[in-house]
Design a protein around this ligand. Structure first.
Ligand SMILES: *Cc1c(COP(=O)(O)O)cnc(C)c1O
Length: 361
């Protein structure tokens, strides 16, 4: 009824239709305030309730223990590439595992702040797999180990949580947060830009173990970048990204209504399995990645001929599937099938792939 199309964008991405409808219904007058959340003071009673409810829903849905802070920040995941070393370096040493473009950027940014060691990378294999535990060259005296849990551009995901001993594990979960249950206690810090699976752009989530926070950081660290300050002020040291936090609350309610992250995982797994099975049957298209390292959220595929890839992108767009063109550094196609992509969208894409193949093989 809205003429919506199947949007496979890697980010910002689809939001659940029922979330958009609820936001629309509350647009002019949210909770009897007589105004939109966009117009509301972040210090108002109504907004205070919204942000507190959103945080407690986040804790509930992700089973976040009490000794972790949940922060609602700005600056995107990219800002955290700097915030993490600024906040967590003590001895000055950190280990980074580079499995794609974003972890590469995080590794590069961290070098401004300390002795940053490349503990493993699969760059030589064009990032088609996640390194195994025995390939990780970890330093037991590092302040933390950084990984990117789901590699949005290359379509790979950690199929295990690396053992880092007593060294806290830090994970960029921008493109997989809320897609499946995660044992938060295995991590010192989890962060994510919201625009893939959580909310509109503008909000960044940081989940951090309390004992890793310290307010007396080196003087060069901006107050706005100090996690302890943000935590002490309940993410309200300054104006938070009010509207994305509100939509985040609606998305969490939607996930809870479906049955929480266990149910979300089953739905996501079924969608991804279906698409990978379709690609395995295909004579034209291939997914380049190791089976064990496949992402459930970003599925890449390509034909040998660039002419065919271009044709597929063009014809799929004309048929109502948008944003299937792969990242410019990889080429081919990428279907981002985050939480909000309905199963029917994946079914329709599989049908389209088969039809295209019949016409072009
Ligand atoms: C999108 C993405 C980023 C960049 O996020 P911004 O919010 O644009 O800074 C970083 N890491 C991963 C894994 C991503 O998918």
């Amino acid at each position: 009824m809205y003429n919506r199309i199947y949007n496979f964008s890697a980010g910002p991405s689809m939001l659940p239709l029922s979330v958009l409808e609820k936001a629309r219904d509350e647009m002019m007058n949210c909770r009897e305030s007589g105004m939109s959340v966009m117009e509301m003071s972040h210090r108002s009673k109504v907004y205070d309730k919204i942000i507190k409810e959103t945080e407690s829903l986040f804790r509930e849905v992700m089973s976040i223990p009490d000794n972790y802070k949940v922060l609602f920040l700005q600056g995107g995941a990219s800002m955290q590439f700097a915030n993490i070393p600024m906040n967590l370096l003590r001895t000055g040493k950190a280990d980074y595992i580079v499995t794609g473009q974003f972890s590469g950027k995080a590794y590069k940014e961290a070098q401004k702040y300390g002795d940053i060691h490349l503990a493993a990378t699969t760059k030589d294999e064009n990032f088609t797999r996640i390194p195994r535990q025995d390939e990780l060259d970890l330093r037991p005296d590092a302040d933390y180990v950084h990984i990117c849990f789901n590699n949005t551009i290359f379509g790979t995901k950690w199929d295990y949580i690396p053992d880092t001993g007593n060294v806290p594990l830090v994970a960029d979960m921008s493109s997989c947060i809320l897609s499946e249950p995660i044992d938060v206690t295995k991590f010192g810090l989890i962060y994510a830009g919201a625009q893939k699976n959580v909310a509109p752009a503008g909000l960044t989530i940081v989940i951090v173990r309390e004992d890793l926070l310290r307010e007396d950081l080196p003087a060069f660290v901006p107050t706005m970048c100090n996690y302890a300050t943000m935590a002490a002020n309940d993410s309200m040291y300054n104006t938070p990204p009010c509207y994305p936090i509100y939509v985040c609350g609606l998305v969490l309610e939607w996930i809870k209504g479906l049955g929480g992250l266990e149910a979300m995982y089953k739905i996501n797994k079924a969608k991804a399995d279906k698409l990978y099975a379709c690609l395995e049957e295909s004579k034209l298209f291939k997914n380049p990645n190791d089976v064990a390292s496949r992402s459930m959220m970003n599925v890449t595929f390509r034909a040998e001929s660039d002419e065919i890839n271009d044709k597929f992108v063009k014809e799929s767009a004309a048929a109502g599937f948008s944003n299937l063109k792969g990242h410019r550094s990889v080429g081919g196609m990428r279907a981002s099938i985050y939480n909000a992509m309905p199963s029917e969208g994946v079914d329709a894409l599989c049908e389209f792939i088969k039809k295209f193949e019949a016409e072009n093989a």
